[in-house]
Design a protein around this ligand. Structure first.
Ligand SMILES: [Zn+2]
Length: 286
């Protein structure tokens, strides 16, 4: 029995997964101090003796199972989450970055059945990504492959500051904080991107333009390098992709080295809210 866990920082989802199907699932809130115990308890509630457990985590993972750090969860620098959970749960545990895990789910059960090489872009509080090339999930040398969020889209000295500490990253302009900032500078007031989409109007259009410009610029450079079969979007904001796509296309066309690179298909993942746990359940265990 495979169990997939999606650890989103303050919330954990876990599910018994069979292929692309979720048999049963459970969820719990958590905090940094108790997260590992909470995950183990949630897994135990689904199955006291699981055969294999995979966890998607909000950060990157080294080859040896240690994570580099979790940007939104303090106290996990260099922690071997796989080993810690294996000790608590008592079966092999695989750990992988959440966006890379979502790319695996897409590879197995989504657009990966149509396109062999694609970048999965996760749009949410931050901007993340996972990369599949010629049908194979790529982790990269250090676990960072596909992390599009910190591609430079503005090199001006006063470019917006990113959560990573550098300036001008894609995430600074296309992540939640940057989108809310743009909306405020256009005279609007909102606490979520969903709210901006509901209100609509010119202020919202300024937001979609900024997001599309930044995404298209980054994706243009990336596609000049990788010549992908498709780019797939997922995450809450991807529901508004039709509003953003014209701006993405324009910026992508401006960056693309040749027309075929500008014409890359842009798709929205159809896997839905369970993609994280489904991908996690299929992570290869060490
Ligand atoms: Zn950054």
């Amino acid at each position: 029995m495979r169990i997939g866990v999606d650890w989103g920082g303050t919330h954990i989802k876990a599910a018994v997964v069979d292929g692309a199907n979720v048999r049963t699932h459970a969820a719990a809130d958590t905090n940094p101090a108790t997260a590992l115990d909470d995950i183990a308890r949630l897994v135990d509630s689904l199955s006291p003796e699981p055969e294999q457990v995979g966890i998607a985590i909000p950060g990157e993972v080294r080859d040896d199972g240690r994570c580099w750090r979790l940007p939104n969860v303090p106290g996990f620098e260099g922690v071997n989450i796989a080993a810690e959970l294996q000790r608590r749960i008592g079966c092999p545990v695989a750990v992988e970055n959440d966006a890379t895990t979502a790319a695996l789910a897409e590879r197995l059960f989504g657009w990966g059945n149509t396109y062999k090489s694609f970048l999965l872009v996760t749009l949410g509080t931050g901007v993340g990504g996972g990369l599949v090339l010629d049908g194979n999930l790529r982790r990269g040398r250090s676990g960072f492959a596909g992390e599009i969020g910190h591609v430079l889209v503005n090199s001006a000295p006063d470019a917006w500051l990113c959560g990573c500490g550098k300036r001008g990253c894609l995430e600074a302009y296309a992540g939640k904080a940057g989108l809310l900032r743009r909306y405020a500078e256009s005279g609007g007031s909102a606490s979520s991107v969903k709210q901006i989409a509901e209100i609509g109007g010119e202020g919202a259009d300024d937001v979609w333009r900024q997001m599309g410009d930044a995404l298209g610029s980054a994706l243009g450079s990336i596609n000049n390098t990788l010549d992908l079969d498709a780019i797939v979007f997922t995450g809450g904001i991807s529901n508004s992709l039709h509003l953003i796509e014209p701006y993405i296309r324009e910026a992508l066309g401006g960056r693309a080295f040749a027309q075929p690179l500008a014409d890359v298909p842009l798709k929205v993942s159809q896997l839905g809210e369970h993609a994280g746990v489904i991908g996690a359940a299929h992570l290869p265990t060490p």
